[in-house]
Design a protein around this ligand. Structure first.
Ligand SMILES: [Cu+2]
Length: 523
C-alpha cells in the first residue's frame, strides 16, 4: 500500500480516511473490515505514540528549573555593546549577583547632535547580562544621585509581576534589590517601565539578558551584541545642537533616528564589528523599540541559523529576520569571503536616511569559488553595432573641447541633476551620516585631482568633510572626460566653492593614472 510510505502520521491518517471513504462508496462493509481495519488500528496507535513522545520531550525542555538547586555564588560580568560576557559553558547553576547602575548622560546621536540618554550601566543598549537556566539572580538596581528621575527595570526573563518592575522602582541616590530565578532559556529584552514608559524606552533604557541552556550555547568564534532603537527629536535628522525628546513624534511613531547601539555610526568605522574568513559569527540582536519592528539583514550574508524571537526554535538559511519591538533573535553565520558586510534594518530608508546601518569587516583570503567579484565588463550595444567605440574615446571628446566656462557650467548642472543629485542633494548639502556635502566642502576644495579621481573611480573608506566623518561607498560614475569636467566645474562654481575650472584634459591625465585600490564591498 502506497500510503504506508508517508512518514508523517497526520498526513497518513488523512490519506487513509480519504481512501477508506472512497472504498466505502464502492464496496461492502465486510470487505472494508477485513482489509482496512487492521491498518486503521495501526495508524491510531502510531499517532498516539508520537503524541506521547512529544509530551515527554516538552517535559524535558521545561525541566523544573523553578526548584533547581544552585551551587555557589558568582558576580555577573556585565559588558557594554557590542561586547558580550564570557559564555557560561557547562558551569553549574549559581546564585548570580547582578549590580547595575542607572545613569542619565548626555551623548552624541550623530555628528553635532547631542541627546540626553537615560541608560542602564552607561551605554545604549544597557549592559549585557549573561546567565544560565537555574541561576538565581540577585539583582541590585542603583539610581545615580545625579539623576533627575526615578526608574525601574522589567526583565522579560523574569517570571513574576512586572518582570521585576514593581520591586525595583528606585529614586535617584537609592538602590533596590530583588531576586528571581531563570526558568526559561532564551534571549530576552529588559527595559525601564516607569511612566511614561514609552519615553523611558525612547531615551535608551533597554538592553538584553541571555539565559543559556544547560551546557551553554554551542561555541562560536565571535559573539556580538547589537540592539536597534528608534529616537524622536524636536529637530529633524541631523539638526545640530542639543535635541530634546519629542513626545508628539513618538506617539505618531515618526522616528527621526533608527539606529543600532544608540547612535548613528556606532557600528561603522572604528566601531565596526570584525571577523576573519572561516569564522562563525553570532549576533545577539535585540530591538528596544519603543515603536518600530526591525527587518534585520546583513548585506552579502545569509544567516545559517536564527533562533527565532530568541527562543528554542531554530530556522536555517534566512535572509532577513524580523525582530519585534521588545523582542530579540540570535543569528549565526559563517563568513566565507573577505569584505565589508553591512548590517541594516531592511526597511531601507531607515538604513540610509535614519542611521540603521552597521558594518562587519571580514579579513582573510579571497575565495573565488564563493565570490569572485566582477569577472568581466563589456560594452553593451542594444542598438546593434552602430556604436563602435567606448563613449569616452575619439570624436565626441574633440567636439566639445572648446566649451566656454558658462557652457560647461550649464552642461554640468544638467548632468548633476541627473546623476549626483540623488545622493549629494540639490544644493550639494548632502545627507548627514550618509552622503558628504559638496557645498562649501573643504575636502572637495582641497584637492581637485582627488575630486576627479572620486568621480572617475568611485570612493570608499573613511573621509572627513567639514569636520564630519563619512564611511560609505560612492560607485564610479560612468562618464566621459568632458562630462566629468563639466559636472565638477559646475560643483566648484556653485554653493560657495572655490571656482576651480576642470578641463577634459585634466580628467584625461587623471584617467591615465592607475586607479586607487578599494576594499571589496559586498552589496
Ligand atoms: Cu527609566
Amino acid at each position: 500500500m502506497t500510503i504506508i510510505m508517508y512518514k508523517r502520521p497526520a498526513s497518513l491518517l488523512y490519506l487513509s480516511i480519504l481512501k477508506i471513504t472512497q472504498i466505502l462508496k464502492h464496496q461492502n462493509m465486510s470487505h472494508f473490515l477485513k482489509n482496512f481495519l487492521p491498518v486503521l488500528v495501526l495508524l491510531v496507535l502510531m499517532v498516539s505514540c508520537q503524541k506521547k513522545e512529544k509530551e515527554t520531550k516538552k517535559q524535558e525542555a521545561s525541566k523544573d528549573y523553578a526548584s533547581y538547586v544552585t551551587t555557589g555564588d558568582l558576580t555577573a560580568e556585565l559588558t557594554a555593546p557590542p561586547h558580550v560576557p564570557k559564555p557560561v559553558g557547562n558551569r553549574d547553576a549559581k546564585k548570580l549577583t547582578v549590580e547595575m547602575e542607572i545613569k542619565e548622560e548626555e551623548g552624541e546621536m550623530t555628528d553635532g547632535v547631542r541627546y540626553m540618554y537615560w541608560t542602564f550601566g552607561g551605554s545604549v543598549p544597557g549592559s549585557f547580562i549573561r546567565t544560565r537556566v537555574g541561576d538565581e539572580v540577585e539583582f541590585t538596581l542603583s539610581n545615580h544621585p545625579d539623576n533627575k528621575l526615578p526608574h525601574n527595570i522589567d526583565l522579560h526573563a523574569v517570571t513574576g509581576p512586572g518582570g521585576g518592575a514593581t520591586s525595583s522602582l528606585v529614586a535617584p541616590g537609592h538602590s533596590k534589590t530583588f531576586n528571581f530565578k531563570c526558568i526559561n532559556p532564551g534571549l530576552y529584552v529588559y527595559h525601564c517601565a516607569t511612566a511614561p514608559v514609552g519615553m523611558h524606552i525612547a531615551n535608551g533604557m533597554y538592553g538584553l539578558i541571555l539565559v543559556e541552556p544547560e551546557g551553554g550555547l554551542p561555541p562560536v568564534d565571535r559573539e556580538y551584541y547589537v540592539m536597534q532603537g528608534d529616537f524622536y527629536t524636536k529637530g529633524k535628522y541631523g539638526e545640530q545642537g542639543m535635541q530634546p525628546f519629542d513626545m508628539n513624534k513618538a506617539v505618531d511613531e515618526h522616528a527621526d533616528y533608527v539606529v543600532f547601539n544608540g547612535k548613528v555610526g556606532a557600528l561603522t568605522g572604528d566601531g565596526s564589528l570584525t571577523a576573519k574568513v572561516g569564522e562563525t559569527v553570532r549576533i545577539f540582536m535585540g530591538n528596544g523599540g519603543p515603536n518600530l519592528v526591525s527587518s534585520f539583514h546583513v548585506i552579502g550574508e545569509i544567516f545559517d541559523k536564527v533562533h527565532i524571537e530568541g527562543g528554542d526554535l531554530i530556522n536555517e538559511n534566512v535572509q532577513t529576520t524580523l525582530v519585534p519591538a521588545g523582542g530579540a533573535a540570535i543569528v549565526e553565520f559563517k563568513v566565507d569571503v573577505p569584505g565589508t558586510f553591512i548590517l541594516v534594518d531592511h526597511s531601507i530608508f531607515r538604513a540610509f536616511n535614519k542611521g540603521a546601518l552597521g558594518m562587519l569587516k571580514v579579513e582573510g583570503k579571497e575565495n573565488a569559488k564563493v565570490y569572485s567579484g566582477t569577472t568581466q565588463e563589456g560594452i553593451y550595444q542594444p542598438e546593434g553595432g552602430t556604436i563602435q567605440e567606448m563613449p569616452t574615446s575619439g570624436k565626441k571628446e574633440e567636439e566639445n573641447i572648446n566649451k566656454s566656462l558658462a557652457q560647461q557650467i550649464t552642461d554640468g548642472k544638467n548632468l548633476y541633476s541627473r546623476t549626483c543629485f540623488a545622493c549629494h542633494q540639490s544644493e550639494g548639502q548632502g545627507i548627514p551620516g550618509a552622503f558628504p556635502p559638496l557645498a562649501k566642502a573643504d575636502y572637495l576644495n582641497a584637492n581637485v585631482n582627488r575630486a576627479i579621481s572620486t568621480v572617475l573611480h568611485g570612493l570608499s573608506g573613511e573621509i572627513t568633510v567639514n569636520g564630519s566623518k563619512y564611511n560609505s561607498v560612492m560607485t564610479s560614475q560612468n562618464l566621459t572626460d568632458q562630462e566629468i569636467a563639466d559636472v565638477l566645474t559646475y560643483v566648484y562654481n556653485s554653493w560657495g566653492n572655490n571656482k576651480t575650472r576642470v578641463t577634459a584634459e585634466m580628467v584625461k591625465t587623471e584617467r591615465a593614472k592607475p586607479a586607487p585600490k578599494h576594499k571589496d564591498i559586498h552589496e
